[in-house]
Design a protein around this ligand. Structure first.
Ligand code: MTE
Ligand code: HPA
Ligand code: MOS
Length: 750
């Protein structure tokens, strides 16, 4: 089944925030923001801006009736800066005008005097200055000293990954409409409608029930709208609240690039020890995470780095530490993988380093250390139904790793102008919000008297296809086609207290809630049918829109049954509540069972570099992936392709750069390169692994949104291996991204 949105997307008919027809008299907001990375605000003069015809009001912190505080996990972020600014792009005021153009013109007339203070722009500087978002955290298993004793080889190294721009096609935005009695309707392009509602309530000083947040779909989120959709929504809500007028904000691409946070850059220092037979005996790693100027989601992202610090391996003696550093850059935020990919990259770098030193291909170490049933993760969970070894075996069966390797060796012997490299990437990704409390969802299912169905959940459609999956769940339970099933907008008055659609768990959590509600409805409909047909409940089945009595098709069809049920005053609406069972985590011990299940897989990447120009192409990525029992293989393969290419982009060509003043240099798509049709792999093959799956996955179809991002990791190492084949002096440094420029320099490193 196809994504049910595709048809409308292609015709340009899908409604995004900026397509919502504007109410007459709608005002527009433009943010006036900090021009410096760190400083004291001495004076602001809005008088010229205010005089511009069409400017209605300029809002600052002084206009906030509630708290000037938008921090979710840690309350360390002002909506509008009061006395100090902490990053370039930090909002100071909202200029509200009759048009966006007027507001933009007015922005140029604002005069500000700031006393600049020293800015911290690297996590090392932050660490030296004791500038942290939160205290460091460590996950431990076994004993490093014991591990070192058992190691024949010990290697030390570093790894670095950069930031990454989300580049959702739809930039951040929100539209607030005042309703009677001080209530507000807020349209927001957010992954977290409840977060928007909560923070708006806090800033406006009004209860949550006065704020209705409504979301139809996003033009992409990728984590960038989990937390950072909130400030814009709060600003327009505040303006609408004070002016009693509809107010809208949509960020220009340039402002969005400048002002919003990115994937967290990480720097890692590690030590790895292996025995004679290539078993990893210990791994010690310390990460510096660049959190930016406020916490945002950094503490939760820190956590996922810890959870994925050992990648897909069982390492009996491990110590993983993350320092979340506070710098004067825009607060970094959620991005597909949520700190996991940064942890994966470091362990893969350590394995590659060991392989280089031992003069063997990395997959010979990888295959000896994959996690298997009964092994303990550093966070205390015991691996169950581990598919790491199976997926590697299956990848080998389908794609023959050894043969590929030999072909590449042969190619490299025979060619100088081109060199090839390959790498293997094992995947093991935990599914559930690491914060156990967030693993819950609700759904509201109505069956209307004509038999059509309306569903509300907390899952936000952002291109991943969660609406289609939820329709499939209802269609399967009711045994009706998907056509009479409609997914309503996400609305906080219909489904309250929702977790953000994140952690790849949107379909699992919301799908399960729909399944629960639909099953309750189905039971009542079957009872009604039994009553009509004068038989026992257990003789009734509903199949393909008809009631079956003891396996015999009856005249009673779905529409008739629903209508009869209504006149018999049967309840045709139901709420479902789902909370993932069996998961828990104790932060005081850093141990527990945080994940409902894990997703496994293996990818093999081959690259070809042009040794004269330094350019390269990804020739192929061959994947064996653990879908569980995929409920929609088209959507799921689409998610793998998208995540893979996003991962490749992160590690190869996307480069976030700031100058020493904390200003983003890569602030446009001319200077920030993302993968395009020329840089995607020439071939992507995806094979399904036969697995048992998990009962916690919706219809046994495992979560697929984030895990395959990890497959992109292979591109870095494959390119690096190709460079090694050309330049014997090359000293691999494990600093991503591996840009074409960097490849050229490495090819001729002396
Ligand atoms: N796919 C598309 N097309 N657009 C997106 O914004 N976000 C990703 C992933 N796939 C995203 C996407 C991220 S970061 C997550 S957490 C999951 O989708 C969220 O959706 P799910 O929980 O329904 O998988
Ligand atoms: N993953 C993604 N988003 C989140 C998480 C998580 O584990 N926790 C809070 N937000
Ligand atoms: Mo995804 S980073 O959990 O929104």
């Amino acid at each position: 089944m196809k994504n049910t949105d595709t048809y409308r997307h292609l015709r340009g008919e899908s409604v995004y925030l900026d397509d919502i027809p504007e109410i007459f008299g709608t005002l527009h907001g433009v943010v006036f923001d900090s021009p410096v990375a760190h400083g004291k605000i001495k004076k602001i003069d809005f008088s010229e801006a205010e005089k511009l015809p069409g400017v209605v009001k300029i809002l600052t912190y002084k206009d906030i009736p509630g708290e000037n505080q938008i921090g979710a996990i840690i309350q360390d972020e002002e909506l509008f800066a009061e006395n100090e600014v902490h990053f370039i792009g930090e909002p100071i005021a909202l200029i509200v005008a009759e048009s966006k153009r007027i507001a933009r013109d007015a922005k140029k007339l604002v005069k500000i005097e700031i006393e600049e203070l020293p800015a911290i722009t690297t996590p090392e500087e932050a660490k030296e200055n004791g500038s942290f978002i939160a205290p460091p955290r460590t996950f431990k298993l076994g004993n490093l000293k014991e591990g070192e004793k058992k190691s024949k080889y010990v290697f030390e190294g570093t790894a670095e990954t950069g930031g990454q721009e989300h580049l959702y096609l739809e930039t951040q935005g929100s539209y607030a409409i005042p309703k009677e009695n001080g209530n507000i309707l807020l349209y927001s392009s957010t992954q977290g409608p409840t977060a928007v509602q909560q923070i708006t309530s806090r800033v406006l000083g009004i209860p949550m029930n006065m704020i209705e947040v409504d979301v139809r779909r996003l033009g992409g989120g990728f984590g960038g709208k989990e937390d950072q959709a909130t400030p814009w929504a709060v600003m327009v809500a505040l303006a609408a609240h004070l002016l009693n007028k509809p107010v809208k904000i949509t960020l220009s691409r340039h402002d969005d690039l400048r002002m919003t946070g990115k994937r967290h850059p990480y720097k890692a220092k590690y030590k790895i020890g292996l025995s004679d037979d290539l078993k990893i005996r210990f791994y010690e790693v310390e990460f510096l995470q660049d959190g930016g100027a406020a916490a945002d989601l950094s503490p939760a992202i820190t956590e996922r780095t810890l959870f994925h610090g050992t990648g897909s391996y069982y390492i009996p003696n491990t110590e993983i530490t993350v320092y979340s550093c506070k710098t004067n850059l825009p607060p970094n935020t959620a991005f597909r993988g949520f700190g996991g990919p940064q942890g994966f990259f470091a362990i893969e770098a350590a394995v590659q380093l060991a392989a280089d030193k031992l003069g063997i291909p990395a997959w010979q170490i990888q295959e000896k250390n994959l996690i298997k049933d009964g092994d303990e993760f550093p966070y205390g969970q015991i691996a169950e139904n581990a598919e790491a070894i199976n997926s590697l075996k299956s990848a080998d069966k389908h794609f023959n790793i050894e043969r590929k390797y030999e072909e590449i060796q042969k190619f490299n012997k025979e060619n100088t102008n081109y060199k090839k490299g390959m790498s293997v990437t094992p995947l093991c990704f935990g599914i559930s919000f690491t914060n156990t409390g967030l693993n819950q969802a609700r759904a509201l299912v109505h069956i209307y008297t004509d038999g059509s169905i309306g569903i509300s959940t907390g899952a936000i459609e952002m291109g991943q296809g969660v609406n289609t999956k939820i329709k499939q769940v209802a269609s399967q339970v009711f045994s009706v086609p998907v056509s009479p099933i409609k997914l309503e907008t996400r609305n906080t008055t219909r489904v309250a207290n929702t977790s953000p659609t994140a952690a790849s768990s949107g379909a699992d959590l919301n799908g399960k809630a729909v399944e629960i509600a639909a099953n309750a409805l189905l039971k009542r409909l079957k009872e009604t049918a039994a009553e009509i047909l004068n038989t026992d409940f257990k003789n009734i089945e509903i199949k393909n829109e008809f009631v079956y009595l003891k396996d015999e098709k009856t005249e009673l069809n779905w529409d008739k049954l629903v209508s009869e049920a209504y006149w018999k005053r049967v309840k045709l609406s139901e709420k479902g509540h789902y909370a993932t069972p069996e998961i828990h985590f104790d932060k005081t011990k850093e141990k527990g069972h945080p994940f409902a299940y894990h997703v496994y897989g293996t990818s093999i990447t081959t690259t070809k570099i042009d040794t004269i120009r330094g350019t390269y192409e990804i020739e192929s990525v061959d994947i064996v992936h653990d879908f569980g029992k995929s409920m929609n293989i088209f959507l799921d393969k689409g998610q793998i392709e998208g995540a893979l290419i996003q991962g490749i982009g992160w590690l190869t060509i996307e480069e976030i750069r700031h100058n020493e003043k904390g200003q983003l240099s890569a602030n446009a798509l001319s200077t920030y390169k993302v993968p395009d049709i020329h840089s995607v792999p020439k071939n992507v093959n995806i094979e399904e692994l036969e697995t048992e799956s998990s009962k916690h996955a919706i219809l046994k179809s495992k979560a697929v949104g984030e895990p395959p991002f990890i497959y992109g990791t292979g591109s870095f190492f494959a390119v690096q291996n190709a460079i090694k084949a050309f330049n014997p002096n090359y000293k691999p440094d494990f600093k991503a991204p591996m840009t074409h420029e960097k490849v050229l320099i490495s090819l001729y490193q002396e």
